[in-house]
Write a protein that binds this ligand. Structure first.
Ligand code: PLP
Length: 442
């Protein structure tokens, strides 16, 4: 069957009915991007309730790592569901939880022994890391980055700084959190140029923050996304993560890598930290770990995991069905999908770079594996962000049957399931390119 296939206006009549009902009863806080009403998904394809077929380059925000409804994942879910759905892994034991924890300890970067705490989501993994960092160091202060997104619950929201609307009217947030600029070379916060900058974005923390605002001996942890996700698919300079880790080591500060979005093969390695040979003290994961079932994990070095029985827990965290889905997902990732992400990701990036060469509206193409950002800007030589153009391109791509999402101020992210083929990547780039042309002309 030919995909994409758009046969109704969008939204179609059935989609309109669902949206009207939804809007009557769901919280207005949801930030829906375009009127897609999903009926089912298979592999790379999403079918809406009116029978339109879309090529999915969002993976449900980097979650459907093995594609939609992968038969191995479905089988694992069904087999576990027939045994038992729940028995509270915080209070009792079951094999899928022990097996997954063992697997995660083995997969996490670095050779140190690790311990895992399982959650239902990314934000809960971050909350667990924040609590453990304070608990194990007995320090209160934490450093995070402007542009970062770590979640919506109070602790992780306090670390988040990718849009002020996320935080507006929710204060007071968790105290003793300090935000500094991220390593965003395309828009260097210090107006320096990579190559001659001395990686000022890391040095600032030591030279300025630790000297003027908070003593490093009071800092429990630095929370960092190895590649910023919601902040704009920003890849920091190659030295960045290693320098942060080294600085943390000098002061007994924990490096917490938030790999909720970058993890599980998306960047062409199991974890993004591996690109730079860095072993974080704590690793937080979620999203793609279980192909769509709610699961997250906080993986900490064993010698930090000093918290005693009952200090933290969760009714649903580490649900057995989600653990089974994660084990099936990891098997698929290890058996080819991580490599596919690296290979097709390279191809996709090259194609997008070719589009950039003749598109003045694109100021940057960046990314690793299948985490690729295309930043749009006004063609004024000043790289002024162009969020309107970005939003129009995403809308037009949707109307042509390609699902894309934005991030940052004016970036489009390409984060398809890791099963994507080169032919599908090519089809997506053709639609994107047409959408960009039309949006630029309008
Ligand atoms: N951390 C990062 C890097 C994320 O991208 C997200 C979600 O987008 C989160 C944390 C929060 O995850 P969740 O929405 O599962 O709570």
């Amino acid at each position: 069957m030919k995909v994409p296939r758009i046969k109704t206006e969008l939204p179609g009549p059935k989609a309109k009915a669902v949206i009207e009902r939804d809007q009557l009863y769901t919280a207005p806080a949801y930030g829906r991007v375009y009127p897609l009403v999903v009926k089912q998904g298979r592999g790379m394809v999403i079918e809406d309730v009116d029978g339109n077929l879309f090529l999915d380059f969002t993976a449900g925000i980097a979650v459907a790592s093995t594609g939609h409804a992968h038969p191995n994942v479905l089988q694992a879910i069904e087999e576990q569901a027939r045994k038992f759905l729940h028995f509270c892994g915080s209070d009792f034991y079951y094999e899928p939880m022990a097996e997954l924890a063992e697997k995660l300890c083995r997969l996490a970067p670095g050779s140190s022994a690790k311990k895992v705490f399982l959650t239902n989501s990314g934000t809960e993994a971050i909350e667990a890391a924040l609590k453990l960092a304070r608990y194990s160091t007995r320090r209160q202060h934490v450093v995070a980055f402007l542009g970062s997104f770590h979640g919506r619950t109070m602790g992780s929201l306090s670390l988040t700084a990718s849009r002020s609307s996320h935080r507006a009217h929710f204060a007071p947030l968790v105290p003793a959190i300090h935000h500094v600029a991220y390593g965003y070379c395309h828009r260097c916060p210090y107006h320096l140029t990579y190559g001659s900058c001395g990686i000022e974005c890391v040095k600032y923390i030591e030279k300025t923050l630790f000297r003027l605002e908070v003593a490093p001996e009071e800092v429990a942890a630095i929370f960092v996304e190895p590649i910023q996700g919601e902040g704009g698919y920003v890849v920091p300079p190659p030295e960045y993560l290693g320098m942060l880790k080294e600085m943390c080591g000098r002061y007994g500060i924990l490096l917490v890598a938030d790999e909720v979005q970058t993890g599980f093969g998306r960047t062409g390695k199991m974890f993004a930290c591996e690109h730079w040979g860095v072993e974080p003290d704590i690793l937080c994961v979620a999203k793609g770990i279980a192909s769509g079932l709610p699961l997250g994990a906080m993986i900490a070095k064993s010698d930090l995991s000093t918290w005693t029985s009952g200090t933290h827990g969760s009714t649903f965290g580490g649900n057995p069905v989600a653990c089974a889905a994660a084990l099936a997902t990891i098997a698929l990732l290890e058996n080819g999908l991580v490599d596919n992400a690296a290979r097709v990701g390279r191809y996709l990036k090259e194609m997008l770079e070719q589009v950039k060469a003749s598109a003045p509206g694109i100021s940057d193409v960046r990314g690793l594996g299948l985490m690729i950002g295309v930043e749009l800007a006004k063609p004024d030589g000043e790289r002024e962000p162009d969020p309107e153009l970005r939003n129009q391109v995403i809308r037009k791509a949707f109307e042509k049957g390609l699902l894309l999402l934005g991030c940052g101020q004016s970036t489009i992210r390409f984060c398809p399931p890791l099963i994507v083929t080169e032919a599908e990547a090519q089809a997506a780039v053709e639609i994107f390119s047409l959408a960009l042309k039309e949006a630029t002309a309008s």
